[in-house]
Write a protein of this length. Structure first.
Length: 162
């Protein structure tokens, strides 16, 4: 693990703004490189393990192929009310293909579903996912750069240059 990765993880584990956003039900906005080299952004559920961010997708999802070919990613988790809270992460994605039902071999995905949909909604969603997909992709993102803005004490660099 590089010093940059250690610093990023320490910030994510200790900063109160980061902790609030990591525990929220706000989806991450994942930016990645599409097959033609253009940027794409999609909302994604996430799970923070304390070391990595985990996300999931069906293996035939277009983003999975793109992440395989271009693993460098960035994402934000941000609030919707002023003063905005913003967590930006850059890192590298690695993929692991799961050949069994979603909630049996990727328990963090079941935890994500419960966080975003509640217990009943998660159970319904996971049942449908098991019926629809026989394989799943576990996306692990190792953070190597983290930025936190709270628009109270930490502003974008353009604001601080005034």
């Amino acid at each position: 693990m590089s010093i940059a990765q250690q610093d990023a993880i320490t910030m994510l584990q200790s900063d109160p703004v980061a902790q609030d956003l990591l525990q929220s039900a706000i989806p991450a906005r994942l930016a990645y490189v599409w097959r033609d080299g253009t940027p794409r952004v999609v909302p994604m559920w996430f799970h923070w393990t304390g070391q990595q961010f985990l996300m999931g997708a069906p293996p035939n999802a277009p983003k999975v192929r793109s992440l395989h070919d271009h693993p460098r990613v960035a994402f934000t988790i941000d609030s919707n009310q002023w003063p905005y809270l913003l967590l930006t992460v850059q890192g590298s994605a690695s993929l692991r293909f799961i050949d069994q039902p979603v909630n049996d071999t990727f328990p963090e995905y079941a935890a994500m579903a419960r966080r975003y949909l509640g217990d009943a909604g998660a159970q319904e969603f996971l049942t449908l996912a098991r019926e629809t997909f026989k394989r799943w992709t576990r996306i692990a993102i190792d953070p190597d750069e983290v930025r936190i803005l709270d628009f109270k004490q930490r502003f974008p660099s353009a604001w601080s240059a005034r």
